[in-house]
Every structure is written in structure tokens, then in C-alpha cells.
Design a binder for this molecule. Structure first.
Ligand code: B12
Length: 230
């Protein structure tokens, strides 16, 4: 039973709501206070992330989509999000398994959206994976170079725009040409499972919450296929 499974008290829910509100209203100081209050209350930092900060960013997204917020407001929401994340992140549990799996992750060339990618990274780290983060606006060949250099178990790519997501197709084609066994998982708001399949990806997850399970399924599926064909 993790701390996340415990029922949330009224006081704890208020802290989560404070986090959400502080992101939406881009109140960086309030966001930091709420993050600290969450830790002081012995709450799970992962709950702060998934039940406090992420809903705030999702609401900011809706306000952007409906022309209530524009780029400057969303940038301020992002700053508030990261201010709280900086406080919570050192407290996220990490296992140190020497046999752990490795992943290379990054946001595709031309795309500066990195909140979703960073959440996926955190989910892998929390599960004890060794994550090599290339950041955002990552050139295609950089994914492949890093994968080769560290012999990672797979490459995870994020794209948030319909324009930049086409770059994922190029990375997959380049990777498969070089090494047909290189596994690639896609994600990001503009990507669907159908698109991931169409691009020739090996895996897809709609949210950071499913990313680890989907990655494990992808690797197991690949290994079973390999065994069958040897
Ligand atoms: C925040 C934001 C920004 C911030 C980014 C800050 C940052 N550091 O990330 C700023 C203000 C900089 C920005 C800029 C721009 N943005 Co913007 N932005 C957004 C916004 C509002 C929210 C995105 C977000 O963070 N969501 C919250 C996170 C938690 O969700 P998420 O990213 O979807 O990630 C989840 C999943 O997708 C998944 N996931 C994500 N990546 C991966 C990867 C893998 C491997 C896996 C398995 C899963 C996975 O897990 C995550 C968690 O569950 C969206 C609107 C929206 N509704 O999405 C627009 C949006 C993405 N932006 C958009 C646009 C157009 C732009 C700009 C061109 C605007 C402009 N006129 O300048 C620029 C582009 C700059 C560039 N070259 O990249 C469009 C894209 C449209 C399209 N379909 O192409 C959107 C959809 C808004 C819209 N409706 O028009 N933006």
C-alpha cells in the first residue's frame, strides 16, 4: 500500500486544490508554499504532482485553447508548475536497482513543450529506471547517438504539435534502418495510438501514468517475438 492509496483528508485535498489554483493563477509563491505544506503534512509528493500540479496545467491548457489565456499567461503557469516541482522532486522515491532498465527521452526537434516529457521522465525514475533526458528541441540523430552510446532499452519521444510530430516518423525510420531492434515509444498531446502505429513506433502511452506499464509491455512483446523467431 503506497501513500498514494491512502484516502485524502479534507485538509490534504485543500493543499492539492491550492497547488492546482496556484498553477492556474500563475502564483509562483503560493505554488511553492503549497508544495512545502504538502511535504510538511507528510503527503506523497507524487500525489502533489499528479493530483495538484497536473490538473492545474490541464486547466491552463483549456484556458489557452479557449483564448482566455495566451502564450505569456501559459508561460507564467509553467513557471509556477516548475517552482513547485523543484520542491517536490527531491522527495520523490527512487529505487537504485543495478539491473535497472534504461531509457533515452526527449522532445522532438522544433518543439519546446517539455512539461509532459518531464512527467514521463519522473514516472520512469520513480520506478527505478535510468533515464537519460536530452531535453527539448532535440535533433533527430541525437536520439540515436545517445541510444547507441548507452545501449538503452528504448527511446521515448514527446511531441506536442502536429507539425513537430512528423519528426518522430523520421527518427523511427532512421533508427529502424540502422538497427531494426531499436524500440521507440511515442507520446504527447498531438499523438494517438493510431498515429504511433502509422509512424511504425513500437509503443505509445496517452499519459505519463501509463507510460511505464506500456513500456514494460512493449519490451516483453519484443522479447517474446525475438524468442519465437530464434
Ligand atoms: C504549456 C504550453 C505551452 C508552453 C510550453 C512550456 C513548456 N516548458 O512546456 C509555451 C507557452 C512555451 C508554449 C508555446 C507554444 N505553443 Co503551446 N501549449 C501549451 C499547452 C497550454 C499545455 C501543454 C502542457 O504542458 N500540458 C500539460 C501536460 C501535463 O500534458 P501533456 O503535455 O499532454 O503531456 C501528457 C501526455 O501527452 C503524455 N506525454 C507527453 N509526452 C510524452 C512522451 C511519451 C514518450 C509518452 C509515453 C507520453 C507523453 O504524458 C503527459 C502527462 O500525462 C498546450 C495546450 C494543450 N491543451 O495541450 C499548448 C499547445 C501544445 N501549444 C500549441 C502551440 C501552437 C504553441 C506555439 C506555437 C504558440 C505560439 N503561437 O507561439 C508555441 C510553440 C513553441 C515551440 N516551438 O514549441 C498548440 C499546438 C497545436 C498543434 N496541434 O500543433 C497547443 C495544443 C495549444 C492549441 N490548442 O493551439 N506552449
Amino acid at each position: 500500500m503506497t501513500k498514494m492509496d491512502k484516502p485524502i483528508s479534507e485538509g490534504q485535498q485543500k493543499i492539492l486544490d491550492d497547488l492546482t489554483r496556484a498553477v492556474v493563477q500563475f502564483k509562483e509563491k503560493d505554488c511553492r508554499h503549497a508544495a512545502q505544506a504538502l511535504l510538511d503534512n507528510g503527503m506523497d509528493p507524487l500525489a502533489g504532482l499528479t493530483l495538484g500540479l497536473v490538473p492545474g496545467m490541464k486547466k491552463a491548457g483549456i484556458l489557452f485553447d479557449t483564448n482566455v489565456y495566451f502564450v505569456p499567461e501559459v508561460m507564467l503557469c509553467t513557471d509556477a508548475f516548475y517552482a513547485a516541482l523543484k520542491i517536490l522532486q527531491p522527495h520523490l522515491p527512487k529505487t537504485d536497482d543495478p539491473g535497472r532498465l534504461t531509457v533515452v527521452i526527449g522532445t522532438i526537434l522544433g518543439d519546446v513543450h517539455d512539461i509532459g516529457k518531464n512527467l514521463v521522465k519522473i514516472m520512469f525514475e520513480v520506478q527505478g529506471w535510468d533515464v537519460h533526458d536530452l531535453g527539448r528541441d532535440v535533433p533527430f540523430e541525437r536520439f540515436l547517438q545517445k541510444h547507441e552510446e548507452i545501449q538503452s532499452d528504448f527511446i521515448a519521444i514527446s511531441a506536442m504539435m502536429t507539425t513537430t510530430m512528423m519528426g518522430m516518423k523520421k527518427v523511427i525510420a532512421m533508427a529502424k534502418e540502422h538497427d531494426p531492434h531499436c524500440l521507440i515509444m511515442l507520446g504527447g498531446a498531438s499523438v494517438t495510438r493510431e498515429i504511433a502505429d502509422l509512424f511504425g513506433a513500437d509503443g505509445y502511452a496517452a499519459s505519463s501514468m501509463d507510460a511505464v506499464d506500456e513500456a514494460l509491455k512493449m519490451i516483453a512483446h519484443h522479447n517474446a517475438f525475438q524468442q519465437k523467431n530464434t
